[in-house]
Design a protein around this ligand. Structure first.
Ligand code: AHM
Length: 352
């Protein structure tokens, strides 16, 4: 008789199918969508890994919607994710950092149940110096039932996300995702070409001693943020201060480290960017869902990120995300020291 050998390895594909069994009426569309994203991520990973070897570095000669020059890998990553989602049939359209307007798919995909917001290659200024970059994605059930999706299908608050995740192309490549039932991390084993479960049920420590912020902008920060940062730098051994500053400038990498070790990532409003720098729909919302699912917090300094009603697919938003105690302490400083003008300027739904 065949004796099945003990196998400790769970691939992402097996895990997704296994989880789908928890929902007897699920038709497997979300599972397929996640698998499509994972396949595109492997292709992007292959190119990121050889970025120094082939002639793929440098400007692609075009500008993205934010007026930033695009690197070739941004363009490549965008194309890969769009192609994977367009052919999968479950996704009706995509809002991408690289495209001014939403992209709507035709054929069978036009009636797909889901829409995706994505930053195909976040932190792309780090590519040509061999520093980790990432992909961030957010999945919603579309609101309209028939016909092509509309912009309104995309403008849903973060609490309506059905899944969110990121891929970090780092010293090893990981895909971390949630469908609202905890956070699980998978490391790509290049020898078999599979993401394998390596970080089950990820939980962020409630406190930490790492803070991540672009301190070069300190002079332009709200008073509350300045005072909070100063409070982390005092000599106070009993409270493990001064804390450690770690800032890669690649949201996915900074987030990933803080998720594992405990810490806070801050990108506040600044004098020059009164609504912050990061994008609500494909940077802040997915990270906020992941962080809440891992037991942490994500706010704009005053309110929960996931409650914000978006009015524009490329809307900006300040971000305070990480260990609950740290985020709440930062919010206390903002409430105490920052006057109303420094609140993010989209209170009436409009970014200024
Ligand atoms: P990008 O989409 O142009 O890559 O910008 C997003 C990145 C984040 O990954 C990172 O946390 C932040 O911008 C860094 O900004 P700064 O250079 O202003 O500190």
């Amino acid at each position: 008789m065949y004796r099945q050998p003990k196998r400790n390895l769970t691939t992402l594909g097996e895990f997704i199918i296994d989880k789908q069994a928890d929902f007897p009426f699920a038709k497997g569309e979300l599972s397929s969508l996640l698998s499509d994203i994972a396949i595109a991520a492997k292709i992007v990973n292959r190119e990121v890994n050889k970025a120094g070897l082939v002639n793929i570095l440098g400007e692609a000669g075009s500008e993205n919607v934010q007026g930033e020059s695009q690197k070739k890998l941004d363009v490549f990553a965008n194309e890969q994710f769009l192609a994977a989602l367009a052919t999968g049939g479950e996704c009706a359209g995509v809002a991408s950092e690289e495209n001014d307007e939403i992209i709507l798919f035709d054929g069978a995909s036009s009636s797909g149940k889901y829409i995706v917001a994505i930053d195909p290659l976040d932190g792309s200024s780090n590519i040509d110096v061999n520093v980790s970059v990432g992909t961030i994605f957010s999945i919603y059930r579309r609101k309209t039932k028939n016909g092509p999706a509309t912009v309104d299908d995309f403008l849903q608050p973060g609490y309506d996300q059905v899944a969110a995740g990121y891929v970090v192309y780092g010293s090893s490549t990981m895909l971390v995702y949630t469908t609202g039932n905890g956070v699980n991390g998978f490391t790509l084993d290049p020898s078999i070409g599979e993401f394998c479960l390596s970080h089950p049920d990820m939980r962020i420590p409630s406190g930490g001693n790492i803070y991540s912020v672009n301190q070069g902008n300190f002079v332009h920060f709200p008073e509350g943020v300045k005072r909070y940062i100063k409070s982390l730098q005092i000599d106070d051994k009993a409270n493990k201060k001064p804390y450690t500053l770690r800032y890669i400038g690649s949201l996915v990498s900074d987030f990933h480290r803080n998720l594992i070790k405990g810490g806070i990532y801050i990108y506040p409003t600044t004098l020059g960017s009164p609504a912050g720098k990061l994008r609500l729909m494909y940077e802040c919302n997915p990270m906020a869902m992941l962080m809440e699912q891992a037991g942490g917090r994500a706010t704009d300094g005053y309110r929960n990120i996931l409650e914000i009603e978006p009015t524009d697919i490329h809307q900006r938003c300040p971000l305070f995300v990480g260990s609950t105690q740290m985020v709440e302490e930062a919010m206390d400083y903002l409430r105490q020291y920052s006057d109303a003008e420094m609140k993010p300027q989209y209170a009436n739904g409009k970014e200024s």
